[in-house]
Design a protein around this ligand. Sequence first.
Ligand code: PLP
Length: 480
Amino acid sequence: MHIDILRGTAVALPQQISDTLAQRITSGLLAPGSRLPSVRTLAASLAVSQMTVSKAYAELEKRGHIVCSQGRGCFVAESAKGQPDGSASWQAGYDDYLPRAQLWRNFDSLKVKYPFHLAAIHHELLPLAEIGRTMSRLVTEQPELMGTYGNFQGDQELREVMRTHLQARGITLPSTELMITSGTQQGIDLVARTFVGPGDTVYMEAPSYTGAIDVFAGRGAEIIPVPTDREGMRLDVLTRLCDRRKPKLIYTIPTFQNPSGVTLSMARRQRLLELARSYGCLIVEDDPFSDLYFRHSPPPPIKSLDRDGHVVYIKSFSKVIAPGCRIACVAGSGDILSRLIAAKSASDLGSPLLTQRAVLPFIARKYDVYAAGLRTALRGRMEQAAQLLKQYAPPGVSWSLPEGGLNLWLKLPPCANIGKLHTLAEAESISFLPGEVCHAGDQESRHIRLCYSQMEEAEMLQGLRRFMELLDSYLRSLQC
Ligand SMILES: Cc1ncc(COP(=O)(O)O)c(C=O)c1O
């Protein structure tokens, strides 16, 4: 279990721990009856003394949030959920509906020397100078772009470019069936706000993209994880689950899935669509990585098979071009898309025209050649990283080589405490994404995600080697 500890502040460490846990308990993030880590384990993983954790637990028990018994440990009290917390500051007791989003809120890539946690591409590989030149030209030659609101649905010219772009990837539809959003994140958020409410059932791969889990959890949805294997989401399991609880929506990242890297096979893409048809539900197909393949292009998007509007397809241009421009394209149809456009207008009155027009000429004319070069560069990095792992990863650590995307998904031996490892890595200015945050529940995970493309190559290799050395000495210290 991870808790952000802020050292050197006026709030004492035991109070920081008890306030955070109290908030997770009252919000329901920690379910009644669930067991808290032992004092020793939590102290080790947060790098604080056992006394600090004991004080925090004693305070939680006094407030009625947990029940502790000698020998058995501490458990969340059955009646604690939703109970106002009188003794915490009013802010700590003020309800929010996104408790998950705070689980690991302290990542700051600018402050970390080796930011392996962030799934992004190093800025030197991105076409930023060219997009920047287009943007400055637009600012001087067409300042009126900043003096008006754009179309809620997105700039018509950009949608036309997107139409051609998607057509080359097997998705044929008119530009009226496309919408531009401020990143995929906004697209997911709009779908969730429009179609998902408290108690609705959302199925997704386990593990999955933490940003999507947060959005659906924030809507009060019942998130049901579906296990994956080498061919992606287990459709046999999903079918059984859907028989028990009707899906409102299925969220999937079918290609080079985040975080696991697996790709949904063609046969399963077809079956997933059939399933959505038979249950009359939506599939949200999140596609940030399909252009980033190493050897063979992946199967076509599920949307390319969709004849009756069951798929809302979201293609991000963040990873490949410029995350700062916040451009994604949503493909939907009929009433579903109209309602999403209305939600977009309620959310921000349309994405900025300036960034839409700044990426337009690049996507229209240079994207394909550029993406081919980017793939070669990324494949080179991934192979170097894999070579280094082969040489330096300690025994008991396993991974499989991704066929595309930006991440390596490592499995650690059962004895490793990932919270503790995170603290140790942080002290060396190394960050990684703990697998725990990629699960909707408070599930333990033995995985960590490392992004190999966010740093300059030599820096990444140096950081990875340091991290493997640190992991090795940590595992040796456990003698496991
Ligand atoms: C699977 C997935 N979906 C969506 C996003 C967010 O992308 P965007 O920058 O387009 O909002 C990310 C970012 O890491 C991601 O990994």
